[in-house]
Design a protein around this ligand. Structure first.
Ligand code: SF4
Length: 204
């Protein structure tokens, strides 16, 4: 397994932030099981987690005026490094006024041991939360979350709470992985929560 300090990586006009390799899940479909890197980075495995200062210094290599969105994603669950996520997101908005998105498994409140939704206000513009399936038992089979059966309802609760603090909350599933009936069930679930539903490509 190759390691480096690839803290930021561009995809088109968006800039992605790779804060941590930690995760509360061990998803059967995780991209990390298939390759060391993605999106032009030979590896997204980190030698160690970057400090706030190291992340901010990494932005110096990019023409920020051309970046349309900063996305916390990478090879791990960004909310495992939640305090740094918030600090970097706030600095990105203050310095460059860029929209901030977080791609997450939605288990951040379990990971942090507190309701993190209010802390996203004013620093995160969009949340893309992996729903994976409308079925709680199947969710656990797929994600193998260390929180067990708590994970699915906690993820949905996080999405519902986040609506009050984040302008765009979207739950996602991966194209071709669900039946049309399951996708309809996902849509109903999102309608009940008052969030958007998006069927996305595996590597997004
Ligand atoms: S939540 Fe994301 S990073 Fe974590 S194991 Fe699942 S796919 Fe991989």
């Amino acid at each position: 397994m190759a390691e480096a300090m690839n803290v930021l990586y561009p995809i088109g006009d968006k800039l992605y932030v790779n804060l941590t390799n930690r995760c509360s899940c061990d998803c059967t479909f995780c991209l990390r099981n298939a390759a060391d890197g993605a999106h032009g980075s030979d590896t997204l495995w980190l030698v160690r987690e970057p400090s706030f200062e190291e992340v901010m210094a990494a932005f110096d290599d990019y023409a920020m005026e051309d970046v349309t969105e900063v996305v916390f994603c990478g090879y791990g669950e960004p909310t495992c490094a939640f305090d740094r996520l918030v600090a970097v997101a706030r600095a990105v908005k203050e310095r460059w006024g860029k929209p901030v998105r977080v791609n997450t498994n939605g288990q951040g409140s379990l990971i942090c041991g507190r309701d993190i939704a209010p802390e996203l206000e004013g620093v995160v513009d969009a949340l893309s939360i992996s729903l994976n399936t409308p079925d709680a038992a199947r969710y656990l089979e797929l994600t193998r979350s260390r929180f067990g059966e708590e994970a699915f309802p906690a993820m949905l609760d996080f999405a519902r709470r986040a609506r009050a603090y984040v302008p765009d909350v979207t739950l996602t599933t991966v194209a071709t992985t669900l039946s049309p009936e399951e996708e309809q069930a996902c849509q109903r679930l999102c309608d009940d929560l008052g969030v958007r539903y998006r069927i996305r490509p595996w590597v997004d």
